[in-house]
Design a protein around this ligand. Structure first.
Ligand SMILES: Nc1ncnc2c1ncn2[C@@H]1O[C@H](COP(=O)(O)OP(=O)(O)OP(=O)(O)O)[C@@H](O)[C@H]1O
Length: 264
């Protein structure tokens, strides 16, 4: 499904500020995999998400979907296959547009040119149906401006928009980190439901160890630009936060340093 071969990214190469953000990453996600990623500060998690989504190009290596290289494609060209939800609830939606206009925009993604952002009666019914499924009453506020929604409501809408057209890959970039605990839990539950129902292949960066262990069928730990631990479903079932931190320390030779780390 998604395959990264030898993906390497340096910032400021050849200068005293040179930073190796990713060092020869080989990673394969199979269809339906839900992989959580944790790692220390500056491990390369955001760079990895940016390279998969096309925000950045790698210096070396290839990104492939279903065997086809997408390395040469720009972010907007990849958006038909890749949905992304960011940490910042403001990032995934247009605040001055209404809920239905935002959904119309998401609906159009990856479709041929010429379709308008207009909202026909049949589209409105589809949007209402999808919003109802979120279970937070947004279906009654189709014409409300998105800027008026709470952070949790915007993240729920962002999640729906990112997955509306059934992307092949869903990237979740600490998407619950900016929310209070009850809203974060709501978005986590919605994520689980949407990923399960739409059978999405998902990569989720989180600073919440307990969440990383509980969600998904595979867990990856990164440190200094490399994947240092790749834990499958069977091993993940017996994992605890303590054991995970212990394994990290044994392999990396240092304690996990993460300013935003939450144990559970
Ligand atoms: N635009 C940039 N210019 C220079 N260096 C950068 C840039 N973006 C990232 N880096 C560096 O690349 C490395 C990887 O950064 P990245 O943001 O991918 O890590 P991260 O795992 O997401 O970290 P965190 O969890 O602390 O946000 C770090 O050393 C970082 O300082």
């Amino acid at each position: 499904m998604l395959k990264l071969d030898n993906v390497t990214k340096l910032f400021n190469p050849g200068t005293p500020d040179e930073k190796i953000a990713l060092l020869g990453i080989d990673l394969e996600l199979h269809s339906g995999d839900f992989v959580t990623i944790i790692g220390s500060n500056g491990a390369g998690k955001s760079t990895l998400m940016n390279i998969i989504s096309g925000v950045m190009k790698p210096d070396l290596g290839e990104v492939r979907i279903e065997g086809n290289s997408i390395s040469h494609l720009a972010e907007y060209q990849r958006s038909r296959w890749i949905g992304r939800v960011f940490q910042d609830p403001m990032a995934g939606t247009a605040p001055h547009m209404t809920i239905e206009e935002n959904l119309a925009m998401a609906y159009k993604r990856g479709k041929s040119r010429g379709l308008s952002f207009g909202v026909s009666a049949s589209k409105r019914n589809l949007f209402r149906e999808q919003l109802e499924h979120l279970g937070i009453g947004l279906e009654n506020r189709l014409r409300a401006k998105v800027g008026l929604l709470s952070g949790g409501e915007r993240q729920a809408l962002s999640l729906l928009m990112a997955t509306f057209t059934q992307p092949q890959i869903l990237l979740l970039d600490e998407h619950t980190a900016a929310l209070d605990p009850s809203r974060a839990e709501l978005i986590t539950k919605l994520t689980e439901t949407i990923v399960r129902e739409k059978k999405l292949t998902t990569l989720m960066v989180t600073h919440n160890m307990e969440q990383a262990i509980r969600l998904g069928n595979r867990l990856i730990m990164m440190d200094k630009g490399s994947v240092i631990l790749d834990i499958d479903e069977t091993r993940k079932k017996d994992l605890t936060v303590e054991r995970l931190l212990g394994e990290f320390e044994a392999i990396s030779g240092h304690k996990l340093a993460d300013d935003r780390m939450m144990l559970g």
